[in-house]
Design a protein around this ligand. Structure first.
Ligand code: SAM
Length: 312
């Protein structure tokens, strides 16, 4: 058989299968008056074996594959690349977005976006939202869901491995993965802009403790009912000079310790906001790269500023 014939034969077989399946559908779904043989002209074309006829039938094939995609019904527990699909309960989606304090105009990225529910809910709040999902059927399903909800202009979905994607410009990251995957993502998240909010359904980030945690009760949610928030902290580890005195900071995620002019201090970061206490003096301020400035209260009030000497 020549190559052309093989191609033709394959086309013919495909078209014949299309016709057969179309017929099966017509038999199931058509009214008795339409039960004649609407597929007969197609079959005749196939039997005639003309390439032109087969090509003419291609729109039917495309329509059918679209219909097949339309029929995709996700199954809880279906395999994903690194974690199976389990949807976040709708009530927890809301809790997660509230916890993230997502505002209209902000940009949210959901890592492993499943059927798109978090992205769609974010878009409905006026955010721009993007889902990254490995399973192409889920991506198509999410796009259809966004279309149906009227937010496809602000809710976009793309197929791919979340570990290969750049989402460094996000304001909010949401995820429902696994503890091991969260930890794998952690260095990337910690490199993001200070103040970026990361919200996970149920799972932690190893020894990076959440800044807040909210659980909803059983009437609204039966499983996977906790949301955890982390705020990416500014990077301040190193030696600074504050009003001419050495400030040495050790940092473990959002917790800081160290010394100011040799006196011990403890404090924490919330994004770019820093606060620490030395003796009975409280320092509150904002980190801006290699500078910090703010107000002092307690034993000594007034403003303060610091500049980085090493590290940070
Ligand atoms: C537990 S489900 C959560 C779905 C959605 N975020 C939600 O909360 O309803 C995890 C999703 O991540 C997807 N996934 C798994 N590994 C992935 C990877 N490496 N890259 C992108 N998506 C992945 C799965 O297909 C699944 O849809």
């Amino acid at each position: 058989m020549s190559t052309t014939t093989q191609i033709l034969a394959r086309s013919t077989t495909d078209v014949a299968m299309t016709v057969t399946r179309a017929h099966a559908r017509a038999t199931v779904s058509s009214s008795p008056t339409r039960l004649g043989r609407p597929w007969l002209p197609r079959l005749a074309a196939v039997l005639a074996g003309g390439l032109a006829s087969a090509l003419l039938l291609q729109p039917a094939t495309a329509a059918e594959s679209a219909a097949a995609r339309e029929e995709f019904v996700p199954q809880v527990g279906q395999p994903g690349k690194d974690v199976v699909w389990v949807p976040t309960p709708e009530a927890l989606v809301d809790t997660m977005l509230n916890l993230a304090d997502l505002k209209p105009g902000e940009y949210l990225v959901d890592l492993g976006s499943g059927d798109g529910r978090t992205v769609i809910a974010a878009a409905k709040r006026g955010a721009r939202a993007r889902g990254i999902e490995y399973n192409p059927n889920m991506v198509e399903l999410a796009k259809r869901n966004a279309e149906r909800e009227g937010v496809s202009d602000r809710a976009t979905f793309e197929q791919g491995d979340l570990f290969q994607k750049d989402f460094s410009d996000a304001d909010v990251i949401t995820l429902f993965l696994l503890p091991s995957l969260n930890e794998r993502l952690r260095p990337v998240l910690l490199e993001m802009r200070p103040g970026v909010r990361v919200v996970s359904n149920s799972f932690g980030m190893g020894n990076w403790e959440p800044d807040r945690r909210v659980s909803i009760d059983g009437s609204e949610c039966r499983s996977w009912c906790s949301a955890l928030l982390w705020i990416v902290p500014a990077r301040v580890q190193g030696t600074w000079e504050i009003d001419g005195k050495p400030l040495i900071l050790e940092q473990e995620f959002q917790k800081i310790s160290g010394t100011l002019d040799g006196k011990p201090l403890e404090g924490r970061l919330q994004g770019a906001q820093i606060e620490f206490s030395v003796d009975d003096v409280q320092y509150k301020g904002t980190v801006d790269g290699k500078a910090m400035r703010g107000e002092r209260s307690g034993g000594q009030s007034g403003s303060w500023q610091a500049v980085a000497r090493t590290g940070s």
